[in-house]
Design a protein around this ligand. Structure first.
Ligand code: GLN
Length: 192
């Protein structure tokens, strides 16, 4: 959360923590951080945020999920607990802890659709990958080489963005800047 907070602030956003429904109601966009998706799912239930968040996503709230956040945003999750909840923010199937033991944590450079210049350094920590995307989902990045070559690791559907990896830990602000742009566009369109 802290790293996302700093990256968002560096992009000119005004980040706040969201723990209550009233705080959720006040934001123009939401970042779902990494961590443990089944634990975050439980906390969303305990804090009464699950339904309000689903509702806001249905209404078009921009959201960005990294790693566990990507898992939470999926329509369908493979290799999770049966009681884990998902937010259905993106029409996709995600496999949890997909990269397997040998490479469960690794780094690589990615071409990222919509990000100009140098490739994006991607840090994967017991990351998921995307196994299926629906028609409305844009694939933004895939693993370039190695045993997981071709696996989808960044997607966007409407105002919802998700990455398997953690751009918040590298100091490269471009993924967060992309999300902040999405939030600004969406907010401007809503106010117009
Ligand atoms: N493996 C974690 C999960 O299933 C995600 C790891 C992460 O967010 N870095 O939720």
């Amino acid at each position: 959360m802290r790293e996302h907070f700093h990256a968002l602030a560096a992009c000119g956003a005004e980040p706040v923590h969201v723990r209550r429904e009233s705080e959720l109601a006040a934001v123009d966009g939401l970042v779902l951080p990494g961590g443990e998706s089944t634990a975050i799912s439980k906390l969303l239930e305990v804090f009464g945020l699950l339904e309000p968040l689903r509702q806001r996503l249905r209404e078009g709230l921009p959201a960005y999920g990294s790693c566990a956040g990507m898992i939470l945003l999926a329509d369908e999750v493979l290799d999770t607990r049966p009681d884990a909840q998902s937010l259905s923010g993106i029409d996709m199937t995600v496999r949890r802890n997909a990269f397997g033991r040998q490479v469960d944590s690794f780094e690589t450079d990615l071409d990222f659709d919509g990000i100009e210049g140098a490739p994006v350094r991607a840090v994967f920590i017991r990351a998921p990958w995307v196994e299926r995307v629906g028609d409305g989902v844009r694939i933004l990045a895939t693993v370039p080489s190695g045993p997981a070559a071709g696996r989808i690791v960044a997607v966007r559907q409407g105002s919802v963005l998700a990455t398997s990896f953690h751009p918040e830990v590298t100091g490269d602000l471009r993924v967060h800047a992309m999300f902040v742009d999405i939030v600004r566009e969406r907010t401007a369109a809503r106010l117009a």
